[in-house]
Design a protein. Structure first.
Length: 125
């Protein structure tokens, strides 16, 4: 599956990526990079650039709980999301740090769904 259409995405994921410059990361980003469709059983991890955060944060329900990424964890319309403010370089720096324990070895992916651009980083030995 090459690229994802609006209908492939939960409504809030589509809104955050199209209107607020959110970047998809985590397991869904890896699926996109591998040419697979979204996995409805998995959560959606998104970060929003600091400059767009103020408006994007208005989409987060007040019932959201804080998460380990300095952001918010919540469920909306049966979809689990983690959303936080960050920048691409900083995200990759932290994700590939030798001090960070990752659930899966290998590359990290980030996807700008508004353009279809896939970013990839790996830990250097």
């Amino acid at each position: 599956m090459k690229g994802w259409e609006k209908g492939d995405l939960p409504e809030l994921v589509h809104r955050l990526t199209q209107r607020h410059q959110a970047i998809l990361v985590g397991s869904q980003a890896q699926r996109y990079a591998e040419g697979l469709g979204p996995d409805p059983a998995k959560d959606w991890d998104l970060f929003v650039p600091f400059g767009a955060w103020r408006r994007a944060a208005m989409s987060i329900p007040r019932s959201a709980q804080t998460n380990g990424n300095r952001g918010w964890h919540f469920e909306k319309d049966g979809v689990v999301l983690d959303v936080w403010p960050d920048e691409l370089a900083r995200y990759f720096e932290e994700a590939t740090s030798p001090d960070r324990v990752r659930a899966k070895p290998g590359p990290c992916f980030a996807v700008d769904l508004s353009t279809g651009i896939v970013f990839r980083a790996e830990r250097l030995s």
